[in-house]
Write a protein that binds this ligand. Structure first.
Ligand code: ATP
Ligand code: MG
Length: 370
């Protein structure tokens, strides 16, 4: 996927401008608080229609402006343009793909095939299980057909079922949601399991390179998948049985205690003395390496599932790594990826490895200068 043009209007501190990107990408250098992350946030907004920093849409329009709009034009993918506008007054978001309004919004996901690498990614490893479930959900929503629908259906059934439990409803009233919960939960579980299995080796290999010879493992932990090895049909029956067993507990705790909302994507590291959870025992460096490896797996998922070369957005991604390590990682990215790369950093020296490969741009006060 190649982003050719980006049009910005009232997005964060970025001045209204239209940027033309070369096929190889760009290295954008600027002091702190000039708009580097904002720029990548604007690009990635067109992939998922949300801020990758977790900001609410209302925070994205330039202070004192009621709306923002971003549009990308690209080549090499299914769409040639994608645009998003958000109006703070009525909280309405309008997304168009090739000029046609997207409905539902989820039909417009993933048109940029972009992956963001950010220093905040270490939270992927250090954060709680919900953080890693969200990671799987985003990756699969963008790359697995039908996943978004199944996930939305699961969430709806789960929240209705939990509401019934909270009200102290009868078993039959609670069980009214089980059909939908089991069908959608089985699809979610099957997709997560399949993704984890096909990502396992890549994750280990990437971690080895990123960490300079370390060992790490990615493993999907799901009570349902652990007990059923079969297809979605078996998983559906399996979830029903788990719900059955869990009834006394669910009734007492007034919440659903089994299902994919309790899954974990376990990341462990092995420093030679044994395997330990990266979340609980990993060092800062091990967590950063594992987070980078997860993002590389995400990029590999895009290549595999969508047969396009991902657009890599590297936001100051090597900030805390030593020169040797960052050169190694950039070497890895260069050998893995033949696609476009947009990299940002506060100092030129941080992106030495891209010198000669990417044109160097500057950003100041929200204005990009090519
Ligand atoms: P760093 O190197 O520190 O990461 P950066 O160049 O990535 O810096 P950004 O996070 O892109 O910086 O931009 C931060 C600037 O954008 C801040 O000065 C912040 O006040 C401003 N900003 C954030 N949201 C808005 C908004 N909605 N309207 C106007 N300015 C905003
Ligand atoms: Mg930044």
């Amino acid at each position: 996927m190649v982003l050719t043009e980006l049009e910005l209007l009232h997005f964060r501190n970025l001045v209204a401008q239209e940027l033309k990107f070369p096929p190889e990408g760009a290295a954008i250098v600027g002091d702190n608080a000039q708009g580097k992350t904002n720029l990548l946030e604007a690009v990635y907004y067109l992939e998922t229609f949300r801020s990758f920093r977790g900001a609410a849409d209302q925070e994205l329009a330039t202070f004192s402006k009621p709306v923002f709009r971003v549009e990308a034009r690209m080549v090499g993918g299914r769409a040639r343009s994608v645009a998003a506008a958000f109006d703070n007054a009525n909280r309405r978001k309008k997304v168009t793909v090739d000029g046609t309004e997207a409905a539902p919004l989820s039909s417009a996901l993933g048109n940029l095939a972009a992956v963001v690498f950010s220093p905040a990614d270490v939270e992927l490893i250090g954060g709680g299980p919900a953080r890693r479930r969200r990671f799987m959900d985003v990756v699969l929503s963008l790359n697995a057909a039908g996943y978004v629908t199944a996930l939305q259906r699961y969430r709806k059934a789960l929240s209705q079922r939990n509401a019934a439990l909270k009200r102290g409803s009868s078993r039959a009233q609670v069980a009214a949601w089980d059909q939908s919960l089991c069908e959608s939960g089985a699809l979610v579980t099957a997709a997560r399991r399949g993704w984890a299995v096909s990502s396992r080796d890549g994750f280990g290999d990437y971690y080895g390179i990123v960490s300079g010879g370390g060992k790490a493992r990615l493993e999907y932990r799901s009570r349902l998948a652990d007990r059923c090895e079969g297809d979605a049909g078996d998983l559906e029956a399996g979830l029903r049985a788990l719900l059955e067993d869990a009834w006394p507990q669910d009734e007492r705790l007034r919440t659903t205690s089994v299902g994919p909302h309790r899954d974990e994507l376990l990341i462990s590291v092995d420093d030679g003395t044994g395997e330990v959870s990266a979340r609980s025992y990993g060092s800062g460096g091990q967590r950063r390496s594992a987070a980078l490896a997860l993002r590389l797996v995400e990029a590999a998922t895009i290549r595999r599932a969508r047969a396009v070369e991902p657009l890599l957005l590297l936001d100051d991604a090597f900030a805390e790594l030593d020169d040797h390590r960052s050169a190694q990682i950039m070497g890895l990215i260069a050998s893995e990826s033949t696609g476009q790369v947009i990299v940002t950093a506060p100092k030129r020296s941080d992106i030495d490895a891209f010198r000669g490969r990417l044109p160097e741009w500057n950003i100041r006060g929200g204005r990009v200068e090519a």
